[in-house]
Write a protein of this length. Sequence first.
Length: 99
Amino acid sequence: MFPFTMQIAEFQQLIRERYYTTDSARGPAGTFLWLTEEFGELAEAIAKRERGDGDDAELASEFADVLAWLTTLANITGVDLADAIHKKYIADGGPAGTK
């Protein structure tokens, strides 16, 4: 395990700084299509692992890609992920059925 932690807001800012210009030009619909493609690649990596011929590094990489593209979509639609997560899962004890 890598001895590094990052806050959600820090990751969102990192993605914004690196990719916002090109991502915003693509727009939400195009970015969502990229995200769905990444979900497909993650699904394939999980399937390989379930069959016993998966690569843990590939699986981790696909999880990172999905998170990055989801964060990109949040950035270009103006959603603060840390705030959204706090409101949905922390404030008032989180959604029903979590305890």
